[in-house]
Ligand binder design. Sequence first.
Ligand code: ATP
Length: 264
Amino acid sequence: MNGELVIDRLGLRFGGVVALREVSIRHHPDEVLGIIGPNGAGKTSLINAVTGIYPPSSGSVSYRGTPLTGRSPESIVATGIARTFQHNQLCGDLTVRENVLLGCHPRLGYGMGKAALGIGPARRAERRLRGEVEPLLDLLNLADVAAQQAGSLPYGLQKRVEMARALALRPTTLLLDEPAAGTSDEDRAALVRIIKHLREEGSCSVVLIEHDVGLVMEVSDRVAVLDWGECIMVDTPEVVAADARVLAAYLGVDDTPRDLAPSE
Ligand SMILES: Nc1ncnc2c1ncn2[C@@H]1O[C@H](COP(=O)(O)OP(=O)(O)OP(=O)(O)O)[C@@H](O)[C@H]1O
């Protein structure tokens, strides 16, 4: 079952820089929660603090009632939280299919050595996982490029491979860090379709960090707005788009959203 992620008065400092200031957000099971904010607002810092990359300076995070604060990134993944990165972390020399298969391996319970040797149960598990990878490649529109080296693909496709690899962990919550950045209109349309599919299927809830505010408004149930490390509001896309504080947060920055209104 998908779980509730509770971020409670989270603070994060880098020396004198305050990246997050008393941020409190509840991500409800099954919802798509968008997180927007101007450059440097603290969006990536929030994901990094939740996933154990950076230990928070104050506050706490819990998932399904289990405290996550102070745990390693690996043990946080084991609770059901998977993520993608703002800058791709793929194995460029491996094929798309192999990259996605790598995402399944933490679920095997034994090392890559046994998997590579294909001994006993490892061989059976490997066969099962290979069967799980194909539907993911279909869902992410990657079947046609499955045998190609991941590093040879256009950036937008690489981003989808990273998403497929995160989904191969069978997460109950998926955190996406700027999945549309630097991608084409076609990639954007595919992303909208995939997020809506996950929402309808209910297999995992989604937290979406994005600069493309129109996209966030289109797919999110609720939207949280960060500004200078503070969460200034969490509400429906319609309410957020009409809020004067949100418009003010974006005024005076270069990347003023193209469209704050939800798409039809
Ligand atoms: N590793 C780090 N060391 C020092 N300062 C950092 C580090 N990571 C982030 N910061 C600072 O924390 C603040 C928030 O940065 P963060 O990357 O979380 O913002 P963001 O909203 O994700 O920005 P962007 O949309 O540009 O990616 C910024 O002032 C940034 O310079």
